[in-house]
Design a protein around this ligand. Sequence first.
Ligand SMILES: Cc1cc2nc3c(=O)[nH]c(=O)nc-3n(C[C@H](O)[C@H](O)[C@H](O)COP(=O)(O)OP(=O)(O)OC[C@H]3O[C@@H](n4cnc5c(N)ncnc54)[C@H](O)[C@@H]3O)c2cc1C
Ligand code: FES
Length: 219
Amino acid sequence: MVSFPGSFDPLLPRAFSVCDVEGERISLLYVAVGKGTTRLSKLRPGDKVVMNGPLGNGFPDMRNGEKVWLAVGGSGAAILPILIVGAKNSGSSFRIFYGARTKSQLINFDYESTFYATDDGSAGYHGTVVELLKAELSREKPDKIFACGPTPMLVSMQKEMSNKVQIYLSVETPMACGIGLCQGCPVKKKGEPDYFLACKDGPVFDSREVELVKEKSAQ
Ligand SMILES: Cc1cc2nc3c(=O)[nH]c(=O)nc-3n(C[C@H](O)[C@H](O)[C@H](O)COP(=O)(O)OP(=O)(O)OC[C@H]3O[C@@H](n4cnc5c(N)ncnc54)[C@H](O)[C@@H]3O)c2cc1C
Ligand code: FES
């Protein structure tokens, strides 16, 4: 969770994935969509932010010989560097399915086995990353899919593929405290009247355990 010291603008800290780690240095990768991320984009070397973390869970450990597909959309691509280190260290094989609205929004990580999708067809498959995944799934099946991206992408994956393959979803539910106190990040438990908290029990959930609902805006 990232906020700005001595400032209440924005009021609430913003959630980010740990993108990469090198010694004592961590990297974040963000897309400037609003107040908090625009403020981040204006920081200069030496400026300070407040960071609280790491919080919550992560994707399950990958196992030697396992076939894992990584499906990311938009700023969900921030999880790729750290997951790929995990995949390589564990000896599992991976493929990346990476979607964006248009080519200029794709980050060139230069990873092998990457399949791109753009809504406007300017790079890779013409369509959504979920459509691309569905086409690939009709030919081949991985052991698991790890997914991170906007809620509509995760909702489609859950609806259209959960019965075919095990999927873990990293949800982008807006968060306030990040540590399970404010109850502000509920994720509905499937078939129960109860909720998980995205910040404490997640943000990664087995797609069969949750019912994703429309996201709320942060303050
Ligand atoms: C666990 C987790 C990990 C995340 N990791 C990353 C990351 O690594 N990189 C990254 O760029 N972003 C990440 N996000 C999303 C990031 O937290 C939001 O983009 C950020 O909070 C936006 O803040 P803002 O003040 O710039 O935008 P705001 O001014 O708060 O909002 C601008 C617009 O974005 C929408 N919005 C705000 N928060 C979210 C959200 N959480 N999800 C979807 N839409 C939202 C608002 O509804 C509004 O339309 C993550 C979110 C979560 C919950
Ligand atoms: S953000 Fe406060 S409980 Fe999850």
